[in-house]
Design a protein around this ligand. Structure first.
Ligand code: GDP
Length: 193
């Protein structure tokens, strides 16, 4: 998809703030620092659209971006900071639960994991949570430019295994440096529209 026009519709915490349009929606979730902002910026071909490395302690919001007249991307805040308080963790959980259970136009969820390592407990929790609500999932293994060719297939296999991925869900290697996987991620999104 060629993104001519992109705008932040709203940063929302609660369902009554979600945009009321009926555009198909794709959500993106991942641990802080996994490379989610970099991926979004590559997808929409902007240098600094999504903020990179959001700070811990900042208000956590769902950011709704409209692309052309076609699609909404929802940037779910990064999780997995060691330092967040119990209260913040609960708020994050409630915000995600409200969104993933109620959003009718949500067509699929992209979950990013670090392609260099095994998924963490937080990654597993997010995968299970989204899968439980029957949303189609694309797991994207980021930073694959840092993984030698010899190890790429093995890492992908490990990710599938550790997350106990449903065979119906997809897995894609990605690099924001080389654009590896960019076309495939767009294709997966297009298939859901
Ligand atoms: P976010 O917190 O998930 O939004 O992560 P960012 O997009 O801010 O990326 C975190 C760090 O990882 C930054 O220093 C990025 O430059 C780096 N990074 C992100 N994607 C890639 C990638 O595909 N390859 C490499 N080598 N570094 C990446």
């Amino acid at each position: 998809m060629h993104v001519q026009d992109i705008k932040l519709l709203i940063s929302a915490v609660a369902p009554e703030q979600y945009p009321v349009n009926q555009l198909p929606e794709i959500a993106l979730a991942g641990r802080s620092n996994v490379g989610k902002s970099s991926l979004i910026n590559r997808l929409v071909q902007r240098k600094n659209f999504a903020r990179t490395s959001s700070q811990p302690g900042k208000t956590q919001t769902l950011n709704f971006y409209q692309l052309n007249q076609d699609l909404t991307l929802v940037d779910v805040p990064g999780y997995g900071y060691a330092k967040v308080s119990k209260k913040q963790r609960e708020q994050f959980g409630q915000m995600c639960e409200a969104y993933f259970t109620s959003r009718k136009q949500l067509r699929g969820v992209v979950i990013l994991v670090d392609g260099r390592h095994d998924p963490t407990d937080d990654d597993q929790t997010m995968y299970e949570f989204v899968h439980y609500y029957h949303h189609p999932i694309l797991v994207v293994a980021t930073k694959m430019d840092k993984v030698t060719r010899n190890h790429q297939a093995g890492n992908l296999q490990r990710i599938r295994k550790v997350l106990q991925m449903d065979p119906a869900d997809d897995l894609q290697a990605f690099s924001a440096v080389s654009d590896l996987g960019k076309a495939e991620v767009w294709q997966w999104i297009a298939d859901k529209m």
